[in-house]
Write a protein that binds this ligand. Structure first.
Ligand SMILES: *Cc1c(COP(=O)(O)O)cnc(C)c1O
Length: 190
């Protein structure tokens, strides 16, 4: 996945010209502005939301994205279930796990992940296909990737979105099925 947040239009269009079709964005509105005008010209475009989602933006997110990788709380699960009903469109869903239990970071705590995944599936009827994590910036990422893979395995989830520019090779060694690479592809954001 090419993470296109905060990148200039020329870089986006150059990336599209290479044939890249899968892009990640962390804000609904920024993604709408960037991608709505390009959608028609690129019918096989795939967009994933990799940033936190407010429940009042669930309808907009379900309308725009092919996948939402940041499901992490019951209120959002309820809002997504409503949006899926309303729009008749079911983006792929990943549960974000806050593997480092960092207070400023989104994601369900590792100890609550199993119960939350079960509730998302059974109480809200959501089709969760995997997990996503963003390890703490100042820690060795390997143990976080291993933890995410373990939680996924015991819940029968196949997709593991883990690894960014600095650590995607490690993430692949630990079983990543998707890596989210921004600056290493596009250059620094700004
Ligand atoms: C910005 C972002 C990335 C990409 O980060 P790089 O270090 O530029 O590769 C990946 N995942 C998430 C959730 C992000 O917000």
């Amino acid at each position: 996945m090419a993470v296109s947040k905060q990148q200039a239009d020329e870089r986006i269009d150059a990336m599209l010209a290479t044939g890249q079709r899968l892009f990640g964005e962390n804000r609904v509105q920024e993604a709408q502005t960037r991608w709505s005008p390009r959608r028609e010209a690129v019918p096989d475009l795939k967009l994933r939301l990799i940033g936190p989602l407010q429940s009042n933006k669930a309808v907009d997110a379900v309308a725009l994205f092919d996948a939402i990788d940041s499901l992490d709380r019951p209120k959002l699960a309820a809002a997504l279930a409503d949006a899926v009903q309303k729009l008749g469109r079911s983006p792929e869903l990943l549960v974000q796990v806050n593997t480092g239990e960092e207070p400023q970071k989104a994601g369900v705590a590792p100890g609550e992940a199993d119960a939350f995944i079960k509730a998302a599936r059974e109480s809200y009827g959501l089709n969760v296909s995997g997990l996503m994590c963003i390890p703490p910036a100042d820690e060795e990422p390997a143990m976080h990737f291993a933890l995410l893979a373990k939680i996924a395995a015991r819940n029968g989830l196949r997709e593991l979105s883990m690894g960014m520019s600095e650590d995607f090779e490690t993430a692949i060694r630990f079983g990543a099925t998707q890596v989210r690479v921004g600056s290493a592809l596009f250059g620094a954001r700004g």
